[in-house]
Design a protein around this ligand. Structure first.
Ligand code: FES
Length: 220
C-alpha cells in the first residue's frame, strides 16, 4: 500500500472507506496516473489468479490460442495428454513471439525466426544450426534450461485461470471462500453439470438458470 501513497495522498484514499454519507469515490489519480496503473496491473493482473479463457474453446489436442494480457503475449494450448497448458508466447532464443494466430499444431511449435522448436509441453526439442552449419547442438548448451516458460494454470468450471507471477496461493485455496459460499446454492457435486454455449461468452447450466461470468454479473 505504501507505494500507492507515494502517488496518491493517503487522506484521499481513506475517505473512500468512510461510511456511505461521508465517503467519496476513488480519487482522480486512480484513473489518470500511469504509475498507479502499473501498480494495479501488478497487484491485480500479475499477482492474482485471473481468467484468460475457456478450456472447451480449445477442445482438441494440438489446438493453440495466443492472447495478449496487458501487452504480455501468452499461449494457451492443449497438449498430448489432453491437458490445457499456458506458456509465455516467447521464444527462449531471442524472444520472438512464437504463435501469432489460433490453430492446430500437430507436433512442434516452431519459432518463425531461427526455427527453434518446442513440444506441446514446452520442452525445447530442436535448435537448428546452433553449433554452426548443420550442427544442431552446441557444447555446453543445455536444451532443458531453455524450455518455454510455463505459467501456473488451473481449470475451474471450464475457465482457464492463471497466476502470471506464480506467487499466489494455490487456486483451490484462493477460491475456497467463494466456493464455500456457493455450496448451499450450487453444491460442488452439481457443478459438473455446467457446459458452454457455442460462443463461449457465457456458461449455461442444465437447469433454468444461466450464469454469465465474463461480464461479472449473474442473470437468472
Ligand atoms: S528467436 Fe526463436 S529461434 Fe531465434
Amino acid at each position: 500500500m505504501s507505494e500507492i501513497y507515494n502517488i496518491i495522498d493517503k487522506k484521499k484514499l481513506d475517505v473512500v472507506n468512510n461510511s456511505i454519507e461521508k465517503a467519496h469515490g476513488l480519487p482522480n489519480e486512480c484513473y489518470t496516473s500511469k504509475d498507479y496503473t502499473l501498480i494495479e496491473r501488478k497487484k491485480l493482473f500479475e499477482d492474482k489468479w485471473i481468467v484468460v479463457g475457456v478450456a472447451s474453446s480449445i477442445p482438441e489436442i494440438g489446438d493453440v490460442k495466443p492472447i495478449d494480457i496487458l501487452g504480455m503475449p501468452i499461449l494457451i494450448l492443449r497438449n498430448k495428454q489432453n491437458e490445457i497448458k499456458v506458456f509465455h508466447n516467447v521464444c527462449s532464443h531471442r524472444g520472438v513471439k512464437l504463435v501469432s494466430k489460433s490453430g492446430k499444431i500437430n507436433s512442434l511449435i516452431r519459432c518463425p525466426y531461427h526455427s527453434w522448436s518446442y513440444s506441446l509441453d514446452g520442452e525445447l526439442k530442436a535448435t537448428p544450426h546452433i553449433g554452426g552449419m548443420n550442427k544442431h547442438s552446441a557444447d555446453g548448451f543445455d536444451k532443458s534450461k531453455n524450455n518455454l516458460k510455463e505459467i501456473r494454470s488451473y481449470i475451474w468450471l471450464d475457465l482457464i485461470m492463471i497466476n502470471i507471477n506464480q506467487n499466489e496461493m494455490s487456486f483451490e485455496e484462493y477460491i475456497k471462500p467463494l466456493s464455500d459460499r456457493w455450496e448451499k446454492f450450487w453444491p460442488i457435486k452439481d457443478r459438473e453439470l455446467i457446459h458452454h454455449s457455442n460462443d463461449f461468452g457465457y456458461l449455461q447450466l442444465k437447469t433454468i438458470a444461466k450464469v454469465i461470468i465474463f461480464h461479472g454479473f449473474i442473470q437468472d
